[in-house]
Design a protein around this ligand. Structure first.
Ligand SMILES: Cc1cc2nc3c(=O)[nH]c(=O)nc-3n(C[C@H](O)[C@H](O)[C@H](O)COP(=O)(O)OP(=O)(O)OC[C@H]3O[C@@H](n4cnc5c(N)ncnc54)[C@H](O)[C@@H]3O)c2cc1C
Length: 389
């Protein structure tokens, strides 16, 4: 008897259909393209990516988080987690869902902006005419506590704000045409002193430089030196930026955790197949109790994390506060996925770190997932606070 890892019966029929659509797309259309990549090729060529994106759009796998009223698919958070888990089950999946084929969502803070802002900046992304935008919150002064740490200043000057300061670790800023930047318009250290702005690449005084890290998808440092941004590009009220960020951080943490689960499931599948063939000390690896228990521990941790992800998603979809549940979901999923990859590499031996297999790449990428969108310790802090509130 095998454990039903598909969560059969747990999901409504339409979500099982959605999961099967993504699974089939990844296996039949994404995997063959990835199989032709050289081992050191970190992402698809733009024409390969565009062709896969066109197929994803035909299948309805596009702009999934964007509300229907704005031309998106308007999926709820539970459905988004199903897609995120399945779309990650490919070599490039950790930072490029379905190798970058599934996209089309502007930063969700834009859904709180004006109709003009959406038409100018959001619509081209939803229609596949513009690459993903960046979101710039973190600074060298600290990413874990941005309400206090944000120092980048935005001073009002007539119809403009003048931005001065630096953001760091900002993903996608090298390819984006624009992004959202959180800057201080009010008193230092206060949550209500932060506002959110749309900033275009090419704005005089705004420059970028890449930060090499352990994965190919390098983040960027953003420099603002008297960069003038129109008042019309402020999203929401002055001082209301952090309240807007709070909403997408909670939702984002849930889907952020689902991708690592998909990667870890793939790694576990590959390792079980390997253990059934690899001979050690006159027997199969799969017959030794040590490896069996190591893999059983992974199975438990991944299933528990998935249940927490789905619980948090369902709570958000019911319109209930889910800050602590989202924190538990992100924390458990990214830690379980990272430990699973470590176990899988261990059981593969030297082959585990060979670039012929995707494990070493996934391991490096999952290392960053334990830091991004709030490090594990920050999620623990959120949960601990909820115990005493
Ligand atoms: C590859 C990559 C891509 C990124 N992309 C983006 C992006 O697109 N946009 C963006 O805005 N940011 C991005 N980030 C930044 C990321 O969100 C921050 O790195 C993260 O929030 C941690 O902030 P920090 O690096 O300043 O570490 P710090 O805030 O200095 O924290 C360091 C460590 O201290 C511990 N810690 C902090 N506070 C506490 C506490 N209260 N209790 C216990 N322990 C604590 C945690 O372990 C934490 O990891 C990215 C980072 C990386 C590495």
């Amino acid at each position: 008897m095998t454990i039903d890892v598909s969560n059969e019966g747990e999901l409504p029929f339409e979500l099982e259909m959605l999961r099967d659509t993504v699974r089939h797309f990844v296996r039949s259309e994404v995997a063959p393209v990835e199989a032709k990549l050289s081992l050191d090729q970190a992402k698809l060529d733009p024409d390969q990516q565009a062709a896969l994106q066109a197929r994803a759009r035909e299948l309805g796998l596009w702009a999934l988080a964007t509300p229907k009223r704005l031309g998106g698919a308007g999926l709820d958070v539970l459905a988004q987690t199903i897609v995120a888990e399945e779309a990650a089950k490919c070599r490039l999946g950790a930072f490029f869902p379905a190798a970058g084929a599934i996209g089309g969502d502007p930063p969700s803070v834009l859904f709180h902006g004006t109709a003009e802002q959406f038409e100018t900046y959001g619509r081209p992304i939803v229609e596949g005419r513009m690459p993903k935008a960046f979101t710039a919150i973190s600074e060298a002064s600290g990413g874990s506590d941005p309400a206090r740490a944000i120092q980048l200043r935005a001073e009002r000057d007539g119809d403009y704000y003048v931005l001065n300061g630096t953001k760091t670790w900002i993903t996608h800023a090298d390819r984006a045409h624009w992004g959202v930047v959180y800057a201080r318009t009010g008193e230092p250290g206060r949550r209500d002193g932060i506002s959110c702005f749309i900033v275009e690449i090419g704005t005089p005084g705004f420059t970028r430089s890449r930060i090499p890290v352990m994965i190919a998808n390098s983040p960027n440092e953003l420099h603002f030196d008297n960069a003038r941004v129109p008042v019309a590009n402020r999203i929401g009220e002055e001082g209301g930026g952090f309240a807007l960020a709070d909403d997408f951080l909670t939702r984002g943490r849930i889907t952020y955790g689902a991708g690592p689960l998909g990667i870890a499931e793939e790694a576990l599948r590959l390792t079980i197949e390997w253990a059934k063939e690899r001979r050690v000390f006159g027997g199969l690896l799969a017959e030794k109790q040590g490896p069996q228990w190591m893999l059983a521990d992974c199975r438990l941790a991944l299933d528990a994390a998935r249940l927490l992800i789905h619980r948090a998603a369902r709570k958000v979809d019911r319109g209930e506060p889910a800050r602590a549940e989202a924190a538990m979901a992100k924390w458990s999923a990214t830690e379980a996925a990272f430990k699973t990859l470590d176990t899988c590499i261990q059981l593969f031996g030297g082959m585990g770190v060979s670039c012929e297999l995707p494990l070493e790449r996934w391991f490096r990428e999952l290392r960053i997932k334990r830091l991004g969108e709030g490090a594990t310790e920050i999620q623990r802090m959120i949960v601990a606070r909820s115990l005493f509130s």
